[in-house]
Design a protein around this ligand. Structure first.
Ligand SMILES: [Zn+2]
Length: 206
């Protein structure tokens, strides 16, 4: 099986968000459960774009949180960790993609939303081995992860890519200028589907 990776920089963002959400001690437990205790030392992940942070490690961190906190609470936490990665990611990747330069305030919500998702997908497609496609229906945008690191190699009864869901919710909040949209993982590879698909409502909540 070929090996797939995130760049070190994305790995650093993920570990930093885990630390902020769980606290240092619980993070330590998760890293041990995931078999990745060395990640506690931030020096092991240089802040560069070399692809060294494997999909196996990403999935093992998700499973580790579920193992330490229980599946239900662990998935809630993974969602929050995903939300936390957005702001860090925007700060760290903006210099290379120029997201903040987009004149998003000047275009209608639907267009803005679509442009934001496209840019966001490009970050993963360009800098990591994650493969993302975007499609839509009358009512939803579809964020289709053809090669998903979040559940890589896992088998679960329910969708388990909450990390990606949290990240998407924050990305759409940002792209829409501060509105919330329902995000749902409709298909998950770990549950036996062909790929991981998130539905994002086109109409904001409330
Ligand atoms: Zn997945």
């Amino acid at each position: 099986m070929p090996a797939y990776y995130y760049p070190n920089r994305m790995g650093r963002i993920l570990v930093a968000s885990l630390r902020a959400e769980l606290g240092r001690d619980r993070l330590g437990e998760v890293l041990v459960a995931a078999g990745q205790p060395m990640l506690d030392n931030s020096g092991v992940l240089p802040n560069n774009l070399e692809k060294r942070f494997s999909f196996e490690v990403i999935a093992s961190l998700q499973a580790g949180v579920e193992q330490v906190f229980g599946a239900r609470e662990g998935r809630r936490l993974n969602y929050r960790v995903g939300q936390g990665t957005f702001e860090r990611g925007l700060k760290d990747f903006d210099p290379v993609v120029g997201v903040a330069d987009l004149p998003l305030r000047l275009v209608p919500l639907g267009v803005k939303f679509r442009v934001g998702l496209d840019v966001f997908a490009r970050v993963f497609n360009q800098f990591s081995d994650q493969v993302v496609k975007i499609s839509d229906t009358d009512t939803h945008y579809l964020w289709i992860i053809e090669r998903c690191p979040v559940c890589w190699g896992r088998q679960t009864d329910e969708p388990c890519c909450q990390l990606a869901g949290g990240l998407l919710e924050e990305a759409t909040f940002w792209a829409s200028g501060g509105r919330r949209f329902a995000v749902e993982e409709a298909q998950c590879r770990a549950r036996g589907d062909a790929r991981c698909v998130f539905q994002i409502a086109k109409t904001p909540l409330e």
